[in-house]
Design a protein around this ligand. Structure first.
Ligand SMILES: Nc1ncnc2c1ncn2[C@@H]1O[C@H](COP(=O)(O)OP(=O)(O)O)[C@@H](O)[C@H]1O
Ligand SMILES: O=C(CO)[C@@H](O)[C@H](O)COP(=O)(O)O
Length: 468
């Protein structure tokens, strides 16, 4: 049996899946936690990767490996390839002002035209503007800029030469200085944002070899985590995927690049040579975590409680902007509970409002995607939060379409493993692996009332306190 490994270095943890290259059958796996926070030294990801690989029984007997990871994180290296400062992650919003400045300077539609997306604080380009303005001495020491998956791929190769760092189309498309439609860097945009153009990773094609480990394991180009999930789940044009991880993402595989000047839909590239129009919210599974914390129960009990309260939580609405928000672009917003009455102040109502609020924010994202000529006949629900039975049961009425929930698995790491098998095969297309068993959820009614109350409530929020 020939084995391949796929890695998902996501916000909260690192997962390694080792699969049979030919059939895709899972052979073994490992996982390790990442530290909390929105600023993380890349060595933490490396340590977690080593731990997860060890837990998966090592990769000595593996023929190829690929790394998918959280998108956008700013990894800066000096001339010797040493990390200059801890990486700023996709959910670090300190560059919100820089993002606003950059959008004003070029104009939102010109951004969408140039790089497929209008940058918000998550995008690497805005972090580089912030870095140049707030930490000029460190910025001056930066010779190379790359992303989390690029850096891990490079470390796996054992190379010490930053000139050999590579990335792929999907992750390059989240920087804000690479054009998915033209397939090249927009160094003019980067020059304007950072004041100069540092060394950037070579952008590899979907099944191009990035190198090999010192032990001879082939390394694939890797991917951004959402593109990895699309490959792992086998999403085809027409499938809409909603992923409930730290971020909530709503995306589809498309044959044509997107360019939404309103900024709601990011026009990313996918990991197969196509495109991945995507909406991203900052507040998804951690809303369930917050509800569990507030109620003093575990996640399964949040689900049980939520299913005990009526649709609409008797008027209680939870606006989930606990981390600020990215779509809509409200980095300074906070979460809120609206519509409190004596009738709805029960644990069940609070749990239900949390699930409904998170789903309504995702439904807003789905609407934005649909406004870009995407049809959502059904939604495929994945990510850690899709394990919640309440989320699965309430999603069809809130989204207004049937929901398919594939059996819980690490689809990002699986996509990376499938890419590794693809690189190994040398074939034109990725290997055909059997899809996972899935459960279908439907609703007779669309819950318009809950969406309407949510729409009203989300316009009322208190900004973050200055020290936050
Ligand atoms: N049984 C469960 N019910 C609901 N949510 C769950 C359950 N198990 C895990 N989760 C959620 O999964 C989340 C992590 O999902 P994951 O997709 O791994 O995130 P990320 O990719 O951002 O690191 C946690 O925040 C947690 O809320
Ligand atoms: O910023 C985005 C997409 O644009 C996020 O989806 C990150 O890629 C983080 O993903 P998770 O760790 O939440 O899966």
């Amino acid at each position: 049996m020939t084995l391949v490994a796929g890695v998902d270095s996501s916000t909260q943890s690192c997962k390694v899946m080792i699969r049979d290259a030919e059939t895709g059958v899972l052979v073994r796996s490992g996982r390790a936690a990442h530290p909390e926070g929105t600023e993380v030294h890349p060595s933490e990801w490396w340590n977690a990767l080593q731990e997860a690989i060890a837990q998966a029984g090592g990769i000595e007997d593996v023929a190829a490996i690929s790394v998918a990871a959280q998108q956008h994180g700013m990894v800066c290296l000096d001339s010797a390839g040493e990390v200059v400062r801890p990486a700023l992650l996709w959910n670090d919003l300190r560059s919100a002002g820089s993002a606003a400045d950059l959008v004003t300077e070029l104009g939102p539609w010109a951004w969408a035209e140039a790089v497929g997306s209008v940058p918000v604080a998550s995008f690497t380009v805005t972090k580089l503007r912030w870095f140049a303005q707030h930490e000029p001495a460190l910025a001056a020491h930066t010779e190379s800029v790359c992303l989390p998956h690029d850096w891990l791929t490079w470390r796996l190769s054992g190379s010490a030469d930053p000139a050999s760092i590579a990335t792929d189309r999907s992750d390059a498309s989240g920087t804000g200085y690479w054009s998915p439609s033209l397939g090249c860097y927009r160094t003019d945009v980067l020059q304007a944002a950072f004041g100069r153009v540092p060394r950037l990773p070579t952008v590899l094609g979907p099944a191009e070899l990035a190198g090999s480990t010192p032990a001879g394991v082939l390394i694939g180009p890797g991917a951004g985590d959402n593109a990895g999930a699309a490959l792992g789940i086998g999403a085809n044009p027409g499938d809409v995927v909603v992923s409930i991880g730290t971020s909530g993402t709503i995306f589809t595989v498309s044959a044509t690049p997107a360019a939404d000047g309103t900024g709601a839909v990011a026009g990313f590239a996918d990991a197969t040579g196509h495109y991945l129009p995507l909406v991203c919210t900052l507040n998804a599974s951690r809303i369930l975590d917050a509800a569990a914390r507030m109620l003093g129960v575990d996640l399964d009990e949040v689900s049980r409680l939520a299913l005990r309260a009526p649709a609409g939580s008797d008027g209680l609405v939870l606006v989930p902007y606990l981390d600020g928000e990215r779509t809509p672009n409200r980095p300074d917003s906070t979460g809120a509970l609206h519509g409190l009455t004596h009738a709805n102040t029960t644990p069940a109502h609070l749990a239900r409002a949390a699930v409904e609020g998170m789903l309504c924010a995702l439904a807003d994202g789905l609407d934005a995607l649909v406004s870009q000529a995407v049809t959502a006949q059904r939604v495929i629900l994945i990510g850690g939060g899709a394990q919640s039975e309440a989320v699965r049961q309430l999603a069809p009425a809130i989204f207004g379409c049937p929901v398919i929930v594939p059996e819980p698995a690490e689809y990002v790491a699986d996509g990376a493993a499938r890419q590794a098998a693809w690189v190994l095969s040398g074939h034109q297309d990725p290997p055909q692996w059997a899809g996972p068993p899935a459960k279908a959820y439907e609703s007779d009614d669309v819950d318009r009332q809950t969406r309407e109350r949510y729409r009203e409530a989300r316009e009322h929020f208190v900004s973050r306190a200055p020290e936050n």
